[in-house]
Design a protein around this ligand. Sequence first.
Ligand code: ADP
Ligand code: MG
Length: 270
Amino acid sequence: MVEVRAVRKSFGPLDVLKGVDLRVAAGEVTVVIGPSGSGKSTLLRTLNHLEKADSGTVTVDGTLVGYRRSGDKLYELREREILRQRTHIGFVFQDFHLFPHLTVVENLTEAPVAALRRSRKEATATALALLARVGLADKADAYPRQLSGGQQQRVAIARALALEPKLLLFDEPTSALDPELVGEVLDVIKDLGRACEVPPSGRTTGPHGHAPARQGTTMIVVTHEIGFAREVADTVVFMDDGRIVEQGPPSQVLGAPREARTRAFLSKVL
Ligand code: ADP
Ligand code: MG
């Protein structure tokens, strides 16, 4: 679903991504951990066209992000094509980013009507079903300011799902929440990871043989919630100083890290 190859990104003299390679299979949950400033947000943002890599390529579901290929040459995409691609990549921010002047249900119907050309009626039916899924069926007509942070973030997740994303990106989705509200948001994300009971491939184990197969939403989650990573991730990626230092199943990266930098980081957050 996602293939990142040799991606580099600098802001002026600051090298933020120093050659990142990452592959994420369809239906997999990848959790990215690492110290502040290590480039986690920048990596997510390059997947969603919010930043453009200086070099390297990013492919999402077989489509080159930000480029099109003609023969062996790459050409940058036009703005309209970028918007079209971005429609299929959901992004959930730390601080929710809801439209404050729209009700909850309107927050969910706006983009499907505008970008997917759904009828208002169809978009509303989908929105109500998604709100039920995140436990907020009774909040459809509320405004964001009338909701708790945890409820607002669940609305933001439902809004991302309303665009039927093939890839969902979360950038520290619980970092702005009071501690007692973190669990309800993580539970919703956990649920997305196991959205479908019967894997089409008939596989019974995940890519590392430790988890039941599932055809849930493909997700990349940046978080400091190590317990969540242990429970939900198929793959944990540890980033430090613009590079992926170590990646693998949670039992290895969190349970028996090979790299000293991973051990040092975990000893600070655990
Ligand atoms: P993380 O999410 O791991 O904390 P970021 O990807 O946000 O790290 O940032 C990595 C580094 O890049 C930081 O030093 C940050 O200050 C810098 N940075 C991020 N975005 C910009 C930008 N738009 N302009 C300049 N520097 C930036
Ligand atoms: Mg960040």
